[in-house]
Design a protein around this ligand. Structure first.
Ligand SMILES: Nc1nc2c(ncn2[C@@H]2O[C@H](COP(=O)(O)OP(=O)(O)OP(=O)(O)O)[C@@H](O)[C@H]2O)c(=O)[nH]1
Ligand SMILES: [Mg+2]
Length: 688
């Protein structure tokens, strides 16, 4: 497999609802192009692309695989992206380096929620789009309904280029609407027929629609067409590539991946009509400029869109060459780190197989082992070119984890930290306030795969624990108390005595200490001990074990003993005084609040608002965005949001998105406070 010239490359990402047959389509392409001897992942054969142990176990893709396919003079880099919601970050990354997004759609279902979401993401990236209506071999397949739903959802620029030749048990193959032929495949063998008479009217009507749509790409031909003169086959073919590249036309193909019908024609059309990197070719840069994909520029720029931590090979970076030609041994500078990195070996990757290549031209996708670069980094000769960060789904699923064996916490942290470097949709942090190790991710399955890998590769077993909510305590009114500590043990005694007044601070200040002692009733040198004793006690709280905040403490009187008074005694006296004063100062528990912004299709607005009120939240605003989606703003206690990522997904069938940001603290309702106090007292009684 040599390196393809820029004009011959087609970077096509397969996206769509989970389980519609994306991997099956890529496997069929591999098989039909002769790259694999048997159709992978079918009738007991090993899949080439879903090779990872977790993918085999779960039976869905969790990481983008590449199938480089040589077909009719083109190198089609098929990027088989995972579209299960938790792993969809990879689909966004793959879309950022492809010229075309090919949406696989189930003929019985039409466009499903993930498809819709990714369709708009592809639109934002200005990608050419195409659709493969799959599973026409199934009894419940309804191609006409599917096409109608697609056009209704995504607009009238969609047009069939192939039609199914029958469906269900009567499915034979496809009808090519450009060449007006019927075609059937038996494995790699393809046979062409005249279109059966009963299907001719439908095929002719679809051909007319196709001509009408592609004619948009050329004014002169449009005029000719409108004057009633039919377009020739050559003209239609000429118009197709321009119309697709200019995003004026979305070609729709039909077929069955498992029966390998319609896949040959799809590959023919990808090779012939789909845009090359240079046809589309612009990468948005961080400075607002764009970089034209070009092989003319002899200063190479490459972009890392994915990183894999392979147990055997170590780090493998998936890169797209944006400009120039790269060769093994080349040194390029990473714009983020400013460090030079050596591209020691270049490989074409097919599933998990790597084949070394001597160079790669602009537009192509190759993999490079052992770079230090992270996903999203740009490497170039000057180190001054930096691609803009690509959009990722929000990582709003947060969960705490613990190693089964506490002494292995560091090993756990190191492994996961490295995994997070490779996956921009995940991060790990230690929460100082709650003392927990917290992972932010897109969803539960992502964390579960991560923990399985952790155990498999490092033998560290870990489990998920509930997130601790960083509650706080404060007081509501002014109160005073005496803190007196007197102890006589054998020789030296302990004596400390202070009068404290506590006042709520309502301006957001956490703590103030005021020394109001006059006449040396407590010696100057011991006043800091009172302050210290107060602060130590504040950390432990006064009712439910959470840190006390928003409080002014004035020490206004006291007494001392010339021999028995010391720092320690006054710290203890302050502790007693503070606890007593706070008991009378209407102490309350505060909880963190979050402002959430939820974006959903309008039909889910009621369900989402109901959930907000059921979660002790309040809706603060509502809007409609430019795509007609409903945007709901609300303030909700953080304690009610810890599983919101999962809840919103099930409330909205995966269509909802949300962001959240801290919105300060509010007093918890009385019953919640009672419960927290009970838990605290129970734990204290158990000596924890
Ligand atoms: N009958 C029929 N079944 C199909 C066809 N294409 C795929 N399948 C089956 O659908 C199932 C899911 O296919 P995959 O190719 O793994 O789907 P995917 O889109 O890659 O799924 P994710 O990676 O999880 O998003 C498999 O059991 C396939 O055998 C088809 O054309 N006809
Ligand atoms: Mg898949």
């Amino acid at each position: 497999m040599g390196a393809p010239k820029t004009g011959n490359v087609r970077n096509v990402v397969l996206v769509g609802q989970g389980g519609v047959g994306k991997t099956s389509l890529a496997e069929a392409m591999l098989h039909l192009s002769g790259k694999t001897a048997r159709l992978g992942g079918h009738a007991g054969t090993k899949p080439t692309l879903d090779y990872d142990a977790e993918e085999v176990k779960r039976e869905f893709s969790i990481s983008t695989s590449i199938a480089p396919i040589d077909w009719k003079g083109a190198r089609i880099n098929v990027l088989d992206a995972p579209c299960y919601p938790d792993f969809i970050g990879d689909a966004y990354a793959a879309m950022s380096v492809c010229e075309t997004a090919l949406f696989v759609v189930d003929a019985a279902e039409g466009p499903q929620p993930t498809t819709v979401k990714l369709w708009y993401a592809a639109e934002d990236l200005r990608l050419a789009r195409a659709v493969f209506v799959n599973r026409v071999d199934k009894e419940n397949a309804d191609y006409a309904m599917c096409m109608e739903m697609l056009r209704e959802r995504f607009g009238m620029r969609l047009g069939a280029v192939t039609l199914p030749w029958g469906t269900g048990s009567d499915f034979h193959g496809i009808i090519d609407l450009v060449r007006m032929k019927a075609r059937t495949c038996d494995g790699t063998k393809q046979t062409e027929f005249d279109i059966p008479a009963e299907l001719l009217p439908e095929a002719e009507a679809a051909h007319e629609t196709l001509c009408e749509l592609v004619a948009e790409a050329d004014d002169a031909l449009m005029e000719k067409y409108l004057e009633g003169e039919p377009l020739t086959q050559d003209e239609v073919e000429g118009l197709l590539s321009t119309a697709i590249a200019k995003r004026l036309f979305v070609p729709v193909f039909a077929g069955s991946c498992t029966q390998e019908q319609g896949v040959n024609s799809l590959m023919d059309d990808i090779a012939t009509y789909f845009p090359a990197p240079t046809d589309y070719g612009e990468m948005p840069l961080i400075d607002g400029d764009t970089l034209k994909i070009s092989s003319d520029d002899d200063r190479p720029v490459v972009f890392v869109f994915k990183t894999l931590n392979d147990p055997q090979q170590g780090r493998i970076s998936f890169i797209k060459v944006l400009t120039g030609t790269i060769e093994p041994g080349m040194e390029l500078v990473n714009a983020r780190t400013r460090r030079s990195e050596r591209l020691a070996h270049l490989n074409v990757m097919c599933g998990r197989e790597m084949t070394e290549v001597g160079h790669a031209y602009a537009g192509d996708i190759v993999v490079v082992p052992k770079l230090s670069a992270e996903t999203g980094d740009t490497l170039s000769v000057t180190g001054k070119v930096e691609a803009a960060a690509f959009k990722f789904p929000n990582s709003q699923y947060r969960i705490a984890i613990e190693a089964e064996n506490r002494s292995e916490e560091d090993k756990l942290f190191t492994f996961i930290d490295k995994a997070c470097e490779a996956d921009p949709t995940m991060s790990i942090d230690r929460d100082e306030e709650t003392g927990q190790t917290v992972i932010s991710a897109v969803g539960e399955a992502q964390v579960s795969v991560l923990l399985n890998r952790l155990e498999e590769r490092t033998k560290v077993a870990a489990h998920i624990v509930p997130l601790r909510i960083p509650y706080r305590e404060t007081i509501r009114r002014v109160a005073s108390a005496q803190g007196r500590h007197k102890k006589q043990t054998g020789g030296a005694g302990q004596f400390g005595d202070c009068f404290l007044r506590v006042e709520p601070l309502l301006d957001g200040t956490e703590y103030e200490f005021v020394d109001e002692v006059v006449g040396g009733r407590i010696p100057r040198a011991l006043i800091p001990a009172v302050d210290k004793g107060v602060q130590e006690t504040m950390k432990e709280g006064v009712i439910a074990g959470y840190p006390l905040t928003g409080i002014r403490v004035a020490c206004y009187d006291g007494s001392y003993h010339p021999v028995d008074s010391n720092e320690m005694a006054f710290r203890t006296a302050a502790r007693i005084g503070l606890k007593k004063a706070c008991e009378d100062a209407d102490p309350v528990v505060l909880e963190p609040m979050e402002n959430i912004t939820v974006t959903i299709p309008e039909s889910y607005a009621g369900a989402v608002m109901g959930d907000v009120s059921g979660s002790r939240g309040r809706v603060t605003g509502m809007d409609t965005n430019e795509r007609g989606e409903t945007v709901i703003m609300a303030t909700v206690p953080y304690a009610e949001l810890v599983d919101y990522a999962t809840r919103l997904r099930s409330l909205t069938r995966g269509t909802g998105d949300f962001t959240m940001e801290p919105a300060g603290y509010e007093q918890v309702p009385y019953d919640v406070q009672q419960k927290l106090v009970e838990i605290y007292e129970h734990m204290r009684a158990q000596g924890r």
